[in-house]
Design a binder for this molecule. Sequence first.
Ligand code: HXC
Length: 254
Amino acid sequence: MSYENIIVRSENNVAIINLNRPKSLNALNAAMVAELGKAFDEIAADPQVKAVVITGEKNFAAGADITDMVELNPEEAFAFAFSPVFNRIANCPKPVIAAIEGFALGGAMELALCCDIRIAAAGAKMGFPEINLGIFPGAGGTQRLPRLIGPSKAKKLIFTGSIVKGEEALSLGLVDILAENPSEEATKLAGELAGKASVALKLAKECINVSADVDLNTGIAYEATEWARLFATADQKEGMRAFIEKRKASFVGK
Ligand code: HXC
């Protein structure tokens, strides 16, 4: 499918999504977010795609499109919310990596928080400047950020609206890896993940995501059930037999 605000291509079992509204630094409008939702539905259903990279040329994105939001009333603002699509991205059954260059601000950083791993350039500028617009992050930021970096660090970033660069973002835990070329690095990592046992990967992601929502014992019970299910997969038999036979496992994703 072709889109107007994003570019989606696939190579070596990896889908690469480029946010593509360069004139407004890739600011996310409702159409772009809807397209992201459609792209992720396709990706979830496509057995050829095993991992995903989200990126943007020069800039990841400068946040939600302010010109689209300025005159909204509360009901319209509620409808403008990105969370229904962002939640689908966070729960995508395949690993999703954000590759961040340039600006990743506000709603764009919230999109990056929905990804499983964030790779940024040292010069990338990341933050939640919404407070300077008289709002706060409303696409999962107040929930995902404290879970990722802790509540007081999240409060500092959200209350001040300050922008951090790569090294500081890394030390805060806001990003996981710094790279000279984040897209290249993310595509390489996604390619590596594409060769893994995909059912195990999908269920591991599900268990880790569930850990944010439930108490420890519920999470451990959930994990036990999901873990046991893997013993019905060809990849579990292949992975363990390959180890015993001292050869490289060849996974089929079943
Ligand atoms: C609409 C935007 C935009 C945005 C940049 N542009 N960010 N348009 N929405 N979020 C446009 C500018 O208006 C300008 O258009 C062009 O992109 C280039 O931007 P400049 O400002 O000229 O570039 P620069 O001086 O380099 O400054 C870059 C910047 C600044 C620091 C990133 O653009 C900026 O502060 N942008 C807003 C960042 C922000 O507040 N994001 C959070 C949004 S709220 P023209 O036509 O003049 O060339 C949000 C809420 C999420 O994300 C919740 C959603 C549900």
